[in-house]
Write a protein that binds this ligand. Structure first.
Ligand code: ADP
Length: 190
């Protein structure tokens, strides 16, 4: 089973991705985590993307695609993936589709975690105190939400048009959201 999780910052992609991947023994691939690991390790990729992350901008498509594709390939060979944070634009989705179709790695379901702006900001500011991410300042949070609205939200219609989309109300508690996701993908569970 291959699942995409899309949603604005703070919508719970990471939390739900972890729950889902554990439950079905799928690889959890989080685009932001992979990028932050590169920055942390000061690799050439990490050095080239640091400024994008710090500003809350999308890194160039070819960088994220090159970073993710090997992990996606391995995941598909081992039963599937939960991909959180990719694609983040219709352009990325189109490139990924071409690659995924050749590799038998297309998504079976796309979960859109929808939450109100107030709830998102409240959650991000709450976790900022614990995690200390460089992009969790108020100005950058605002920019990340705007990038979501402009670049990523159009994916909702893109995947609805392909019949893959499930919209989940992500304002609710972790457990309720997890249950709703399970219900949405029940048809994929053997
Ligand atoms: P959040 O959803 O809370 O913003 P992520 O960890 O998913 O957190 O992403 C953090 C940052 O990583 C983004 O602001 C962006 O700079 C970069 N990033 C993540 N995924 C992508 C992607 N698919 N394309 C381009 N940049 C990305």
């Amino acid at each position: 089973m291959n699942v995409l999780l899309i949603g604005p910052p703070g919508s719970g992609k990471g939390t739900q991705g972890e729950l889902l991947s554990n439950r079905f023994q799928l690889a959890h691939i989080a685009a932001g985590d992979l990028l932050r690991a590169e920055v942390e390790a000061e690799t050439p990729i990490g050095k080239s993307v640091k400024e994008y992350l710090d500003r809350g901008e999308l890194v160039p498509d070819e960088v994220i695609i090159e970073l993710l594709m090997p992990a996606v390939g391995t995941a598909v060979d081992n039963g599937g993936y939960v991909l959180d944070g990719f694609p983040r634009s219709v352009g990325q989705a189109q490139v990924a589709r071409g690659l995924a179709e050749r590799a038998g790695a297309t998504p079976d379901a796309v979960i859109y975690l929808e939450a109100s702006r107030d709830e998102l900001v409240r959650r991000i500011l709450g976790r900022a105190k614990v995690e200390g991410r460089s992009d969790d300042t108020e100005a950058v949070i605002h920019n990340r939400l705007q990038v979501f609205d402009e670049a990523t939200h159009p994916l909702v219609d893109y995947y609805r048009g392909r019949g893959l989309l499930h919209v989940i109300d992500a304002n609710q508690s972790e457990n309720v959201v997890a249950d709703r996701i399970l219900a949405a993908i029940a048809h994929l569970i053997p």
